[in-house]
Design a protein around this ligand. Structure first.
Ligand code: ASP
Length: 584
């Protein structure tokens, strides 16, 4: 038996008992006549003690020579500590060691295994197995496990069946590139790894499995933006014989359940907002509604004077930043420079200080009088002490820029509190999205999303205006889930592919199996998928998903620990019938 107790278990009540513990040597303190060792395992730390009075010379010597992260097993008696440590649950006791067995030695770890480590990101990733011994990472993984357990518990309770779908498939367009896998047995042919199980879950609906879920890996070969992973996990769900309302209800309940079970937070019901409303109020389809600073559109009250910048703009829009009227000139200049950074891209910014005495001071006083500025204050909801920040230009771009400023100011003002949760549904997304570069429309969600009833005809005349039964679940400014009611008849699906630029032959070659299936009694269906990594990070009060993934990839999509991706040898290439131009 390696252990009778864990290193996080022993309390006062165990005093006098003999125990066996196994774990890693976290720390050794050698005072000459006495040696203390902090022994660590997943459950905590227990202090071990050996001294000249009660321990044999050999044993004391052996203890002295233990290195950090050695794996040892000890036997000893639980005794009361002379100086107690209130910071750890086992802080009242220590174990007086009578036997010590080294199970394995360890090289000195490249960074300290402590909550605040001296190891940089790269080093921690290279030795991720050591990083996982640290509390912050370990606790995140345990937290993730709890969240997934609760998800399974809830969905099973609602009658959902967990079904696995294949990883070696044919491309499913979700807006990214596919990772491909060459087939040895089928020369010149490739599987694609699923960007999501979308088509399979729809086929499960045709198969009659009316409530499906799966906690599943998805693969997307995208240029990595900050905090994206090429492989990530979804809680993927689909239901048959449902309308949008049914789906929103089930998954609102799942989210409420998780917030309650995991965070102890009770939320009555989630507000709903249309896509159009989210864009005009927050400039963003995943608004963080934990704080105000809603957009005020100023065209009507700012385009009547001689200020050309505003008069020529499609949109003039502002926000009132609480308490920022006290910013110094230097701080304001820095803010203007911030919006002009290429990442934000504004040409400039007009601002108005709302003074405590009710007067206004702006950068455009030459053009606008106090009455004008009072109207701006009214539209943006500015109070004395606030700073109104105004951007102008192309409507879409300006909204995006002001949204970035709104989030930045909220962060600076500490309004994005990690332990406050503000979920909402964003509904009525556009079906199609115009790609500015190519001039083509593509599916905003995916090609299987159905247009709202009666809007199919609009596809010919005004494609950008067609709205879909598509919805996103947003939490604290992050999209944590998204889905739609699907097309379930062959004709509509064919029409959709046509509008997305597929010839009938291409559509048949790529998605014939789905359209065929629709001819065999496909029920009305819809679903959604949550991004599990992000959901877990947000519930855990953090923004980065990387530390909730045991073995994440870095920003270049590399696993630096196992050193992947890597070249393969010519033998293997040959076997796969891959004719690459390989230099010997
Ligand atoms: N397959 C979609 C996605 O990965 C989710 C859905 O429509 O259910 O975003």
């Amino acid at each position: 038996m390696y252990r009778s107790h864990s290193c996080g278990e022993l309390r006062n009540s165990h005093i006098g008992t003999t125990v066996t513990l196994s774990g890693w040597v976290s720390k050794t303190r050698d005072k000459g006549f006495v040696v203390w060792i902090d022994l660590r395992d997943r459950y905590g730390i227990t202090q071990l003690v050996l001294d000249e009075d009660r321990t044999s010379k050999e044993l004391l010597e052996q203890a002295r020579n233990l290195g950090r992260e050695f794996v040892i097993q000890i036997k000893g008696e639980v005794i009361e500590r002379a100086s107690k440590n209130a910071n750890i649950p086992t802080g009242d006791i220590e174990v007086l060691v009578s036997e010590l067995n080294i199970l394995n030695e360890s090289k000195t770890p490249p960074f300290t295994i402590e909550n605040e480590t001296d190891g940089g990101e790269d080093l921690r990733m290279k030795y991720r197995y050591l990083d996982i011994r640290r509390n912050p990472v370990k606790n995140n993984l345990i937290f993730r496990s709890k969240v997934t357990m609760e998800v399974r518990k809830f969905l099973s309770g609602e009658g959902f069946i967990e079904v696995e779908t294949p990883y070696l498939i044919k491309s499913t367009p979700e807006g990214a590139r596919d990772f491909v896998v060459p087939s040895r047995m089928n020369e010149g042919q490739f599987y694609a790894l699923p960007q999501s199980p979308q088509t399979f879950k729809q086929l499960l609906m045709v198969g009659g499995m009316d409530k499906y879920f799966q906690i599943v890996k998805c693969f997307r070969d995208e240029d990595l933006r900050a905090d994206r992973q090429p492989e990530f996990t979804q809680i993927d769900c689909e239901m048959a014989f449902v309308e949008q309302e049914d789906i929103l209800n089930v998954f609102e309940n799942l989210t409420k359940y998780l917030l309650k079970e995991v965070n102890g937070v009770e939320i009555e019901s989630f507000p709903r907002m249309t896509y159009d409303e989210a864009m005009s109020k927050y400039g963003n389809d995943k608004p963080d509604i934990r704080f105000g600073m809603e957009f005020g559109e100023l065209n009507a009250v700012a385009q009547h004077k001689e200020f050309g910048v505003f008069n020529s703009a499609e949109l003039v829009v502002g926000i009132a930043v609480p308490g920022a009227a006290s910013y110094t000139r230097k701080e304001l200049d820095a803010l203007v420079n911030w919006v002009k950074r290429p990442q934000v891209g504004a040409n400039g910014m007009v601002y108005v200080k709302c003074n405590e005495d009710g007067s206004f001071k702006s950068t455009v006083d030459k053009f606008y009088d106090q009455d004008d500025l009072a109207k701006w204050a009214e539209v943006t909801g500015a109070k004395p002490g606030d700073l109104i920040c105004v951007l102008s230009g192309d409507a879409n771009k300006t909204r995006t820029q002001l949204s970035a400023l709104r989030m930045e100011m909220a962060t600076r003002l500490g309004l994005r509190k990690p332990n406050e949760f503000a979920p909402l549904w964003v509904v009525d997304f556009p079906l199609l999205e115009l790609d500015e570069e190519t001039g083509h429309y593509h599916a905003m969600h995916h090609p299987f999303t159905s247009p709202k009833p009666g809007q199919l005809e609009l596809l010919d005349t005004d494609p950008g205006a067609v709205r879909a039964n598509a919805y996103d679940l947003v939490l604290n400014g992050n999209e944590i889930g998204g889905g739609s009611i699907r097309i379930h008849d062959k004709e509509t699906q064919a029409t959709m592919f046509k509008h997305l630029g597929f010839t009938p032959e291409e559509a048949k070659a790529q998605f014939g199996f789905l359209m065929d299936a629709f001819q065999y009694g496909a029920p009305p269906h819809g679903g959604l998928a949550f991004g599990l990594d992000r959901l877990v990070a947000i519930l855990g009060g953090q923004e980065t998903i990387r530390d909730f993934i045991a073995f994440p990839k870095n920003n270049s999509g590399r696993d630096v620990m196992i050193d992947a991706p890597a070249a393969i040898d010519n033998e293997q290439l040959k076997e796969l019938n891959l004719k690459l131009d390989i230099q010997e």
